[in-house]
Design a protein around this ligand. Structure first.
Ligand code: DGL
Length: 297
């Protein structure tokens, strides 16, 4: 039986969900997290629902059995679209938070009424996404672009050095893909008729925001889901009475002592541990010893 002090499980097909973990760590300084990157089986986006659903069940089972998690954040739009309803019905006792492209916040943000949505093919062709789009179809003009191969290229880019300062965006594999896909969507900007809001419908894409920005220009708003998901997770824990209380109080002024992120996070991967270590260090400033490799059949 999980306790308030039990960790929260977070998983993604790979390193993309670290963008969500970053928001969770910032929002909940008293919680512990076990993050699982299923990099041996990434990318999910072009694999089909049956495969993604089987992986999602296997990982939920693993995190419950081996780590006694008290809640699960599915930090992957593709896995949420394919399997969250099934995990919810097979584990009704487990507080569960999924992700979907942040269409409604984008509607609130757009001024031109032209919204771009990028994500994996799995997410953007799912029945769940179709239902979401039906509910908002009249409210804006949407340009929807699946980005085959981009999440995988982001996984591969982690251990490579970044582009040299001033290099053109297409100098990297990720930059080249971003350019191809965004150019296919039309023109970006804040003038009437242009796409002024871009929904990042895949957790990996947060880590190529600079490349995307080089193509859209500075004024386009990017909408991602890390912070709203962190708030939703916090609400769920509080409603269930399983939020962790501060472990101890600081010596001065009765403020809770901040627990360093290193002692609150365990990062696991089914793929090469060096890749997770590089991503953790580059994007979360977490040291290599937080990371280990696991097998989840
Ligand atoms: N990061 C994932 C998402 O949010 C999936 C990327 C992939 O494995 O294709 O959809």
């Amino acid at each position: 039986m999980p306790l308030a002090s039990s960790p929260i499980g977070v998983f993604d097909s790979g390193v993309g969900g670290l963008s969500v973990l970053r928001a969770l760590l910032a929002a909940m300084p008293n919680e512990r997290f076990v993050y699982l990157a299923d990099s041996a089986h990434a990318p999910y986006g072009e694999r089909g629902d049956t495969y993604v659903s089987a992986r999602t069940h296997a990982i939920a089972d693993y995190l419950c059995a081996q780590h006694g998690i008290k809640a699960l954040v599915v930090a992957c739009n593709t896995a949420t679209a394919a399997a969250i309803h099934e995990v919810r019905s097979s584990r009704p006792e487990l507080p569960l938070v999924g992700l979907e492209p942040a269409i409604k916040p984008a509607l609130a943000a757009t001024r031109t009424g032209h919204v771009g949505v990028i994500g994996t093919r799995g997410t953007l062709t799912s029945a769940k996404f179709a239902r979401l789009m039906t509910s908002v179809a009249e409210q804006a003009h949407f340009v929807i672009q699946p980005c085959d191969g981009l999440a995988h290229a982001i996984e591969r880019s982690v251990s490579r050095p970044g582009p040299l300062p001033g290099a053109p965006v297409e100098a990297t594999e990720t930059g080249k893909l971003c350019k191809t896909y965004l150019e296919a969507m039309g023109a970006f900007g804040t003038a009437p008729g242009l796409i002024d809001t871009l929904v990042l419908g895949c957790t990996h894409y947060v880590f190529v925001a600079d490349e995307l920005r080089a193509i859209t220009g500075p004024d386009v708003q990017f909408i991602e889901t890390g912070e709203p998901v962190a708030r939703q997770t916090q609400r769920l824990l509080e409603a269930g009475g399983i939020a962790n209380a501060p472990a101890d109080m600081g010596a001065g002024g009765g403020q809770p002592a901040a627990t360093p992120a290193t002692s609150r996070v365990q990062l696991l991967t089914t793929g090469p541990v060096e890749m997770l270590q590089a991503a953790a260090q580059r994007w979360l400033d977490l040291p290599a010893q937080c990371c280990s490799s696991v097998t989840v059949p």
